[in-house]
Ligand binder design. Structure first.
Ligand SMILES: [Zn+2]
Length: 438
């Protein structure tokens, strides 16, 4: 489904700003031989067009969906009460039909007309599946998906016969019952393409995370740069997108500057965990790794209903309704179909997504080179997350110093390790490779 933003910003339904909580979706057909959605968009985008407004038009030539109102704006598509509860979507009609009286028409090119009807039907199925997911609607539940004709029969829409009049006279075989079933099937088939799943594999690299945060906060502590990769490794361990978590931390900590933030760097709490009211200090964690792991686990609590793979270190895991926010867009309670979510502020998920987008468009090359040349000789200079691993390796005889220099704990002070090597060692350690002596 190709979704095109064509918001009718001049139409009174848009400018008056009235909103609804969508409880259902109503399917329409335009009732005139005009296959082009763009024509309707042009004509309806005017302050004087106060007769009607819908949420989308589906183009008969391409199947493209032109979204013409925000989904929760109140439209005027059915002349009665359903305007207050239902999103209205118009399918455009073939150019080769000619209305004779009322809803009756003649058709000069049946194969072309049927192709147009099929195109708009298929896009409508995809669009309705996406909207049912977005608003947590069951397409098979009574009254959720209605045609204009069905709305009229229920007394919540004006007296029209669309879109069944078109389907029946063209002999398409389409019915609203079939449509509802197709929407249900499409919902289980795939995730709507325009939503970002929290479950999954990170798309950003460590180099991109580091380059992004350096660009946003030139004074960012080195300890923060060192822990960027933990977001990706901890995320991968639970099947959660670590780059989403990192973007969330950038939002929650003000790019790790902690200015005006409820938490401080030494709390190792980079996601406002436990800050449930203004002035609260929130949870603290013994290490950065533990704090990031708790954040990843908390995101997983929202994202899906799978059990945790690791031991639960998230003190608030049990307070989450599992799986109530599958998408980043749903992390904010205002946008969440169930009114649940991580944060109360409006647009919380969108804010995270705009940071994620900026991270993904950040170039990482220079930063990667700079990191690659850094060498660590003493364990105490290494990132704190890596120190237990390196101590284990030194004490276990896996690695030694280049010479005879010793540190304050009588371990080698000339280990000469790059950050990349250290990362590999930590990863191997987690896989249990250094738990047995050779
Ligand atoms: Zn209608």
């Amino acid at each position: 489904m190709n979704l095109i933003q064509s918001i009718l910003t001049k139409n009174p339904c848009y400018t008056c700003g009235r909103t609804i909580t969508p409880k259902g979706l109503m399917l329409h057909s335009v009732g005139c031989p005009q296959p082009s959605a763009a024509v309707f968009v042009k004509n309806w985008n005017s302050p004087s067009y106060d007769r009607a407004c819908v949420h989308a038009f589906i183009d008969g030539n391409t199947g493209d969906v032109h979204q013409t109102l925000p989904w929760n704006r109140r439209g005027w598509h059915c002349g009665a009460a359903a305007n207050n509860t239902h999103i209205g979507v118009e399918m455009c009609e073939p150019a080769c039909i000619k209305y004779t009286s009322g809803a009756n028409f003649t058709c000069s090119d049946l194969p072309t007309a049927k192709a147009v009807a099929a195109r708009t039907y298929n896009s409508a199925v995809e669009l309705f599946a996406m909207l049912c997911k977005k608003y947590n609607l069951d397409p098979l539940k009574d009254g959720v998906i209605l045609s204009h004709k069905e709305g009229c029969a229920r007394g919540i829409a004006s007296n029209h016969g669309d879109p069944e009049h078109l389907w029946n006279q063209l002999g398409t075989g389409y019915t609203m019952d079939g449509f509802r079933k197709a929407v249900k099937a499409a919902m289980s088939a795939a995730t709507p393409g325009d939503y970002t799943s929290i479950t999954g594999t990170a798309k950003a690299t460590v180099g991109q995370l580091v380059a992004y945060i350096k660009g946003k906060n030139p004074n960012v502590p080195k300890s923060v740069l060192d822990m960027a990769f933990l977001y990706l490794s901890e995320g991968a361990a639970e099947g959660i997108r670590g780059d989403v978590a990192f973007a969330q931390s950038c939002l929650e900590t003000g790019n790790f500057a902690f200015a005006g933030s409820a938490v401080t760097l030494d709390q190792n709490n980079f996601c406002g965990m436990g800050v449930t009211a203004n002035g609260m200090k929130g949870n603290s964690f013994p290490t950065a790794q533990a704090g990031i792991r708790a954040q990843i686990q908390h995101l997983k609590a929202y994202a899906n209903t799978e059990p945790l793979k690791g031991e639960c270190v998230d003190p608030r895991f049990q307070y989450v309704t599992r799986g109530c926010a599958e998408f980043v867009e749903w992390l904010g309670q205002k946008e969440n179909p169930q009114g649940k979510g991580w944060a109360t502020g409006a647009g919380y998920g969108e804010k995270i997504l705009s940071i994620l987008k900026a991270i993904l468009s950040t170039k990482a090359e220079e930063e990667m080179e700079e990191e690659a040349v850094a060498r660590y000789n003493k364990i105490s200079e290494m990132p704190s997350y890596a120190q237990p691993t390196i101590i284990k390796m030194v004490d276990g005889g896996f690695i030694g110093g280049a010479g005879t220099k010793k540190d304050e704990n009588n371990r080698p002070a000339d280990l000469d390790l790059s950050i990349d090597m250290i990362r590999v060692f930590v990863t191997n350690d987690r896989a249990g490779l250094y738990d047995k002596k050779p």
